[in-house]
Design a protein around this ligand. Sequence first.
Ligand code: AP5
Ligand code: MG
Length: 188
Amino acid sequence: MSLVLVILGRQGSGKGTQCARLVDHFGCPHVSTGDMLRAAREDGSELGRKAGEIMDAGGLVPDDVMIGIVRDRLAKPDVLRNGVLLDGFPRTPGQAEELEKMLAAQGQAIDVAINLDVPVDAVMERMLARGREDDTPEAIAKRLALYEEQTAPLVDWFSERDLLQVVDGLGTEDIVWQRVLSAIEADS
Ligand code: AP5
Ligand code: MG
């Protein structure tokens, strides 16, 4: 099955967690821009070094850099064949506009955008328990503020295109998974 799915939601809302299940279920590749940047950092590349500094400070990597990385990844045969689960991209209106164009250029389009809705206090608790390198209280606060400013407007962008499904992300991973599946089925 070919599915182009965007998963939105605050930092720590469970996007990566639910994507792991979506990959098993639908067989589409999982493209997490955060995971890609962390891998670049591990490789010790120049891009990885710069991105690492931005991530640790809780900032956003510039749109042109991010768009270039995603464009290369989406042109790969597995995405052309099976679609894609986009996690952490788009994160700004500029990224959303470019995503629409790059998919159209290869004969694809977004099928559905899931917004995993989890309140701020709950995501704070989850991230502090997870303890990733960029999960310091300062970086978390900056990421959440940037989310409200840059990423929350995307919810309207998807809604205007009739692509948005809001899913309550509070509850066990199993309960949230059932809601995610119902939302995708409701849309297709
Ligand atoms: P990224 O890696 O995308 O981080 P994020 O947005 O902060 O989101 P997270 O990965 O922290 O959260 P998640 O929703 O995946 O939650 P998870 O499943 O882990 O980005 C990192 C950085 O890269 C950014 O800050 C930025 O600098 C840069 N970047 C990335 N993309 C970019 C872009 N497009 N443009 C510019 N810059 C970009 O779950 C969180 C925790 O909760 C886990 O411990 C999990 O086990 C737990 N959990 C999950 N579900 C539940 C549940 N139902 N109940 C209880 N706990 C749960
Ligand atoms: Mg993640």
